[in-house]
Design a protein around this ligand. Structure first.
Ligand code: NAD
Ligand code: ZN
Length: 367
């Protein structure tokens, strides 16, 4: 069938809106009519060649839509179901079998390879091959053939227009706090970068009962929003000394938990130094391969601190995303405050507004 999609053709260039051919559904796939899709920083870095998905490609990995058709082997959803689309995973490696699909041993091929497991793509234009199955979905398109692992069934009473961003960025930020760090009630946390991922981490910290929630960014409007979402303190790292502020806020004890979504070496070092005794720092932000960070290990040894990297909020998406929707229903995860809406023709404006800091989570809504 013919579909309309936003195609990444050249590194660093805007996506182009094109008519493509979508091939027949495979046994393990679900045909989804897209209703909305979030734009994530990860789409931008793949468009720009930081990760090697072959171009031309249809990106987009935060889809939400309606199931139009299911392959013969699909068991988890049926025609008419409402679904959110998350990252793909193989389902058979040791990590997947242990319920840790965020750490799938085949993650790179499943999410960034641009091909099905049999080497084919579902997308083409006049015989030209176009990479598909980005995160199992390639959701910057009116329709997609999505692998079953990426499909998360959700209740029908929640508007699909809003749900796109749950699949990656919000799942990542909230899951890092609720699934991986699990801060005890009354503990303190600092979040570097208050984009979509950081904002979700801040809301989740509130859900967990953290009583000191410090947000760090370089954009004042984002810090104001962070306060609305539950941050108890904000620091603009351009105009204030972060270390000094943390010392003042925590009475010199340092924080229990830190989440970095900036992937900037100097911020990570600041985050490590901000930790108190037995503190944990989680790196979530994605950096160019080869990026390094240095930590002080002489006197920090006695802190007994932990550094860990966290993928996709360590979540089982089919379990955790419905939980996030329940939290949203209760007003504890008001992610609609992050969203700016675009139609597919203006998707590049969404990328630009995310880059310049004016919109936290651009969402394309298909009319
Ligand atoms: P974003 O661009 O919306 O947010 C990043 C924020 O960091 C922005 O608000 C920006 O102003 C702020 N920032 C930049 N430099 C800073 C500095 N020096 N000090 C303080 N703040 C600074 O991006 P996002 O969508 O929230 O994603 C955050 C990161 O997480 C990206 O790198 C993305 O690729 C990555 N990511 C990782 C996973 C994962 O599974 N680990 C999943 C999704 C996204
Ligand atoms: Zn796996």
């Amino acid at each position: 069938m013919q579909i309309t999609a936003a195609v990444a053709r050249e590194h660093g260039q805007p996506l182009s809106i094109e008519t493509l051919e979508l091939d027949d559904l495979r046994a393990n796939e679900v045909r989804v009519r897209m209703v909305s899709v979030g734009v994530c920083h990860t789409d931008a870095i793949v468009r720009d060649g930081v990760y090697p998905t072959p171009l031309p490609a249809v990106l987009g990995h935060e889809g939400a839509g309606v199931v139009e058709e299911v392959g013969s082997a699909v068991r988890s959803v049926a025609v008419g179901d409402h679904v959110v689309l998350g990252a793909a995973y193989c389902g058979y490696c040791r990590r997947c079998r242990s319920g840790e699909m965020a750490y799938c041993e085949n993650l790179f091929a499943e999410d960034f390879g641009g091909r099905r497991r049999d080497g084919s793509t579902s997308l083409s234009r006049d015989g030209e091959v176009v990479s598909s199955h980005f995160f199992g979905q390639s959701a910057f398109a009116t329709y997609a053939n999505v692998v079953e692992e990426s499909v998360i069934k959700v209740d029908r009473d929640v508007p699909l227009e809003h749900l796109g961003p749950l699949g990656c960025g919000l799942n990542t930020g909230a899951g890092t706090v609720l699934n991986e760090l699990r801060p005890p009630a009354g503990s303190s946390i600092i979040v570097f970068g208050t984009g979509a991922v950081g904002s979700a981490a801040i809301m989740a910290a509130g859900v967990a009962g953290c009583t000191t929630i410090i947000a760090v960014d370089i954009v004042d409007s984002r810090l104001e929003l962070a306060r609305e979402l539950g941050a108890t303190h904000t620091i603009n790292s351009r105009s204030e000394d972060v270390a000094e502020q943390i010392t003042a806020i925590t009475d010199g004890r340092g924080v229990d938990f830190a989440v970095d979504t900036t992937a900037r070496s100097e911020q990570l070092r600041t985050a490590a130094e901000a930790l108190g005794v037995r503190g944990t720092l989680a790196l979530v932000g994605a950096a160019k391969p080869g990026t390094e960070v240095s930590f002080e290990i002489g006197s920090s040894l006695v802190k007994g601190w932990t550094f860990k990297t966290v993928v996709q909020g360590s979540s089982v998406p089919q379990v955790f995303i419905p939980h996030l929707i329940d939290l949203w229903r209760e007003g504890k995860f008001p992610f609609e405050k992050l969203v700016g809406e675009y139609d597919l023709e203006h998707i590049n404006d969404g990328f630009e507004d995310s880059r310049n800091g004016s919109v936290v989570k651009p969402v394309v809504v298909f009319k």
